[in-house]
Design a protein around this ligand. Structure first.
Ligand code: MN
Length: 706
């Protein structure tokens, strides 16, 4: 069995005893949880979390991160839940473990390669705590180190994913050492032949380079000495993968790449960097256009140094990087350097995570000063703060949406038509409401119906401008279409009173009517009538040639207007009396809203008619209404468990769905509820009432009246 003792020994250098005890406790727990599990290498499973913890110890990560490393696979692979971890250890540790597990659930493998950038963003957008990413990076590093145990297919896939996703993330966080190891391990696994060839060539070249390097190093050291500057001079060698990509991308032969000699000069202070620069520029010949001041303007990942290329006395190009010890630590470990060098612990007050966050904030400032905030947003902010969610289409394409986006936003992001006709959504295979906020990594399938249309209610929850403007646009158009059609029917009916037809009205009278009301077209007039802003009988009288008069209400004319139920947005059914086909109905014209249909005995309608009789409109049901309406019922029940469930079952057997249930009254034995449910007409409703009456525990059922 692997021992934790070597780790404990290492932790003593920077953690206190209590923290180390907690790490040991996490190890003991993980060892039990993974009991009997083995890795492909043949080692007991616990060797993996232990190795991940060792990698994080290299970075001097805090005890919570180390505990998360020990426990990072227990949610996935064993029966332990997040809640258990929180009660056994701490909520902080449970959050970290949960974060790592969530990243594991993203299915990188089945997705298209060109989406690597989005996948990287998705991974980071899901992370609220940067330590989660660091644990995940360490996890991946150990898996890469033990990759040889995997079957070839899987090995290639994991290597590819590492090069595409993990190495760039390490780069973005400034973690050079981690990135180099990923790249060389990935390169080896993906292209073993090429890697070996380059490795052999490097080994050969090293032989004759050795002497040149020694001479150059001595000459640089001599130059510093003359200027009286103290500093370390280090020879640099490119790693295999960077040699390979340089050969591939810049089409340079191996020899040319190896002909460049790289050195790093590390000094104590920033102003020494510039003094060194002056010294080497004085001593050698600088190559024009190759000097870069990344101290004044750091790279987006926080990297700082002075870069210059010189011509050595032998004529060889000499690449020099100059930086301070602190910049060196940052360049190698990036964000992790904050854990590694906690010299000024109290400065930020919140330890390493706080300093890492502060580093991110400083990065933000630097980027804004440098004037390329776009690049900042692209590279840093989006990646580290969860402002966006990344959602898969069923085909594996990724859509980037703002936080809080819903399936409707997603549908419009896919296509306007998809948005306009969506009726429901499946999130990760489960049916969900269109208003459900989406989370990164989910797969969303939109369910559509060809005759569906956007609902005004969607405006309450959509967050994208695209969805909002499309819904508004659609509703505006739909409303106009509906109101023009309704206006035409109302006007036709009113004209029939005068034995006139809308198609053979005297044209000059129509023109005069349009002009006097500043309508641009006949449709504008019809729209106004449909909306209830103008009364059809009055317009008809004018068009018939009678002098203008406010006399003559709409109820006085003969044949009532037929209601088909398909009029759209401009005919609505009153919520007070819930009229159904078969009921006697009267319309109420309300300005801007079209016709509201009431039952003829509705109290609300009667009081409206007393005040504005001209707004009433005779209606009847068309002979073939094929729609569903809401019926309102009042039901008295005996208080018994399951009685509502029985009710719902019987309704659905009768082809009706419950829309709302409200509790009206309740005492110890009886409950009175109001139910609205879908029905086709009065007959359908009567059948339903009859059936409900026969149910046990139902005392009384009646139609609700206003
Ligand atoms: Mn793992």
């Amino acid at each position: 069995m692997p021992s934790i003792e070597p780790l404990v020994k290492r932790l003593k250098s920077y953690l206190d005893d209590d923290q180390i005890d907690q790490v040991v406790r996490a190890f003991d727990y993980a060892q039990q949880a993974h009991e009997g599990q083995y890795r492909r290498t043949g080692d007991p499973y616990i060797t993996h979390p232990l190795a991940v913890a060792h990698i994080l110890t290299d970075m001097h990560m805090d005890h919570e991160s180390l505990m998360a490393a020990m426990l990072h696979d227990v949610i996935e692979d064993t029966a332990t839940s997040k809640r258990e971890l929180a009660s056994l250890f701490s909520s902080g540790v449970a959050e970290l473990v949960d974060g790592v597990s969530k990243i594991d659930q993203i299915e990188f493998e089945s997705r298209a390669e060109q989406q690597a950038e989005n996948l990287r963003k998705m991974m980071l957008a899901m992370t609220r705590d940067i330590r989660v990413v660091l644990v995940k990076l360490a996890d991946r590093l150990h898996n890469m180190r033990t990759l040889h145990a995997m079957p070839p297919e899987k090995r290639k896939r994991i290597a590819n994913e590492t090069l595409e996703i993990y190495a760039p993330i390490a780069n973005r966080l400034g973690m050079y050492n981690m990135r180099v190891e990923y790249e060389d391990l990935g390169f080896n696994a993906l292209y073993p032949m090429r890697a070996e060839r380059i490795a052999r060539a490097v080994k050969q070249a090293r032989g004759h380079r050795k002497e040149i390097l020694r001479q150059l190093q001595a000459s640089i050291e001599h130059c510093l000495e003359q200027e009286g500057i103290e500093g370390r001079v280090l020879g640099r060698e490119k790693h295999l993968y960077s040699i390979y990509t340089k050969m591939k991308e810049q089409r340079k032969p191996f020899a040319e790449i190896m002909d460049v000699y790289g050195f790093r000069i590390i000094v104590d202070r920033v102003d020494s960097c510039y003094r060194v620069l002056g010294a080497v520029h004085n001593y050698y010949t600088p190559i024009p256009g190759r000097f870069k001041d990344y101290i004044a303007i750091p790279k987006t990942n926080g990297y700082q140094a002075l870069h210059t290329t010189l011509k050595a006395h032998t004529g060889l190009p000499l690449e020099i990087q100059i930086r301070t010890e602190e910049m060196e630590a940052m360049a190698n470990n990036g964000i992790a350097a904050h854990w590694l060098y906690k010299a000024d612990e109290d400065e930020q007050g919140s330890g390493a995570p706080g300093r890492a966050q502060a580093w991110m904030n400083r990065l933000l400032e630097m980027q804004q000063k440098a004037g390329n905030s776009m690049e900042f947003i692209e590279n840093v902010k989006v990646d580290l703060f969860p402002d966006e969610v990344y959602i898969f289409t069923p085909k594996g394409e990724i859509k980037e949406l703002p936080n809080g986006a819903t399936p409707v936003d997603f549908a419009y992001a896919v296509h306007t038509t998809v948005g306009n006709t969506c009726v429901a959504a499946q999130i990760d295979g489960r049916l969900a409401a269109l208003s459900t906020p989406l989370e990164s990594g989910q797969t969303v399938k939109i369910i559509r119906a060809s005759n569906a249309r956007p609902s005004p209610g969607w405006l309450n929850f959509v967050v994208t401008g695209k969805a909002r403007s499309n819904i508004r646009h659609f509703l505006k158009h739909q409303r106009r279409e509906d109101s023009v059609q309704l206006g035409e029917r109302l006007l036709e009916k009113a004209l029939a009173e005068h034995d006139l037809d809308i198609n053979d009205l005297p044209i000059e009278r129509v023109v005069a009517e349009l002009a006097s009301n500043q309508y641009a077209s006949l449709d504008d007039l019809l729209e106004d009538i449909g909306l209830g802003n103008r009364l059809a009988p009055l317009v008809a009288r004018k068009l018939a040639g009678y002098p203008e008069s406010e006399q003559g209400g709409a109820t006085s004319d003969g044949k009532p207007l037929a209601i088909r139920g398909t009029e759209g947005l401009l005919v609505t059914y009153a919520k007070c009396c819930h009229p159904l086909p078969g009921d006697n109905i009267i319309g109420h014209l309300s300005a801007g809203r079209g016709i509201v249909v009431h039952r003829d005995n509705c109290k609300n309608l009667l009081s409206e008619m007393r005040d504005n009789p001209e707004k009433a409109l005779a209606l009847h049901w068309d002979s073939d209404v094929d729609q569903e309406f809401s019926a309102a019922l009042r039901i008295e029940l005996v208080n018994k468990k399951g009685v509502l469930a029985t009710l719902a079952t019987h309704l659905s057997e009768l082809g009706s769905n419950i829309e709302t249930i409200t509790m009206a009254e309740k005492d110890a034995t009886l409950t009175i509820i109001h139910v609205t449910a879908t029905v086709r007409d009065r007959v359908h409703m009567a059948r339903i009432i009859k059936r409900i009456r026969t149910l046990p525990n139902v005392v009384r059922v009646s139609r609700l009246t206003a």
